[in-house]
Design a protein around this ligand. Sequence first.
Ligand code: HEC
Ligand code: HEC
Ligand code: HEC
Ligand code: HEC
Ligand code: HEC
Length: 373
Amino acid sequence: MSRGRLAALAVVVVAACAPSPRIEAVPAAAPPAWQVRARGGQVAIETGTRDLALNDAAACRGCHAGIADEWQHSRHGLAWTNGIFQREYGPAPKPWCVNCHAPTTAQQEGLATGDDRLAAQGVACATCHVRGGRLVAKGRAAGSPHDTVVDASFGSPAFCADCHDFTFPILDDAGRAVAMTDHPMQATVTSFNAGPYAREPAGCLTCHGSRHDHAFPGGHAPDMLAGAFVVSWCRGADALQVELTNAAAGHRIPTGDIHRHLLLRVWRSSAPAGVWEAFFGRRFEEADDGGKRTVWDSGLDPGASKRFPVDLAALADGDPEADPAEPLNLELTYVYIADEFPRRDRIPSEPGTASVVRWREPLAAIPPCAPAR
Ligand code: HEC
Ligand code: HEC
Ligand code: HEC
Ligand code: HEC
Ligand code: HEC
């Protein structure tokens, strides 16, 4: 036995002979004031009051009209009524979905009696700001009439994670989430925390508005999309080089809902069958635990680029007579939702895709690629 081991043994023996110290119960750190449930939306958000003055956004509008207007047209304000959600939810309503798209107990009690007035407000003022019957915010203004609970972590990435970062659920026959799996469903905050923006003091609010902006623009805001993706193309010897970069998102692109994906396409109008296409998004497979797991993910982390050679002969679909002067088309499409169960009676009330970049140029007008270094 080495000296070190002997000495260690001696300490253990001494400790064993000493009177046993009193074990203090260490109080568990209190959860933040806004946190009333675990991630994944297994239960509704309890605001701790049924008073409409606190649960109804219309009551806040009287004094916070500017904020209420921004919020009303945001995806938060539209979380219950928007056509894309209703198209998915309507044909197969599951109580689990309601816990994030009309999350408060007051909204859900209304729905149970056929009154959707509060639910139609989606992710509303009370969803984020009311807990235990009081307002919760990051600070309290001197002139505030509210009995506000001040919580420094209000609006932090952990706060957003309540709805923006969760794993696949296990649903019972009634569509209630009885357990959560280990497989990520939405991982926006995890991706943000692993990336270069994690140290930004304003967290998600660095890019998604600010404390004075309740529009929370994201994938449905054309200028957010236009700034997020940088596409470039150049002319090589017998291939076009096409590149996509995640230039401005603080997390992987696409992020959020599982249906989200990007399609980058290049084609000649006279040979549509020769279209070249790249898919950026995730593919899933049934998992043993009853959820789903990601088996393929071609998204791009913050700052990452992916470059592809596009064979010019293949674009002409094998036609030797193809006109070399015919312009080439390039399009980057952002897909919110792909209709997996198309039915004639399900007319979407808003577009399922957005065109982010659309170019049409003759080959000669596309810049030559810089020689490889
Ligand atoms: C009678 C007017 C009035 C009503 C109604 C009202 N507020 Fe306020 N609120 C204020 C004023 C004044 C302030 C402090 C200065 C400011 O931010 O404009 C404030 C501040 C806040 C703050 C920042 C924290 C604080 O205490 O300073 C939040 C969050 C807030 N209100 C949310 C709400 C929500 C949510 C509702 C509806 C449930 C609501 N308010 C209804 C007047 C009102
Ligand atoms: C998705 C969550 C969310 C929703 C919904 C929401 N807020 Fe906020 N609110 C925030 C965040 C985050 C902040 C900024 C916290 C900070 O100071 O960093 C904030 C800040 C505020 C402030 C303080 C602004 C200031 O200038 O200091 C007021 C007032 C407010 N919200 C009112 C409302 C009202 C009224 C509604 C409904 C019309 C609403 N909020 C809906 C998350 C939300
Ligand atoms: C109570 C749940 C909840 C919380 C908390 C929450 N969100 Fe959301 N958020 C949603 C839902 C649900 C949607 C999608 C609504 C829809 O389009 O159907 C959404 C949509 C968004 C969008 C728009 C995405 C798009 O497609 O354009 C952004 C951006 C966003 N949230 C950012 C945030 C940030 C930042 C925070 C934290 C400050 C936050 N959210 C907190 C539930 C929440
Ligand atoms: C550096 C800027 C930046 C930061 C920081 C950032 N985002 Fe984003 N976010 C973007 C851009 C740009 C887009 C639009 C591109 C897209 O939709 O993929 C976006 C899109 C989104 C969307 C919409 C995704 C979709 O499928 O349409 C959500 C939701 C979102 N962000 C939430 C968050 C949350 C939550 C955080 C904090 C954990 C955060 N973002 C931090 C820039 C940022
Ligand atoms: C744990 C919270 C949570 C639950 C539960 C949840 N969602 Fe969502 N959902 C979100 C968030 C956050 C977004 C916004 C992400 C984004 O923009 O990509 C979203 C976005 C969506 C979108 C895209 C909406 C748009 O504006 O493009 C659809 C559709 C959707 N959810 C359907 C559902 C359905 C159907 C269920 C139930 C089976 C469900 N959601 C359950 C949080 C949730």
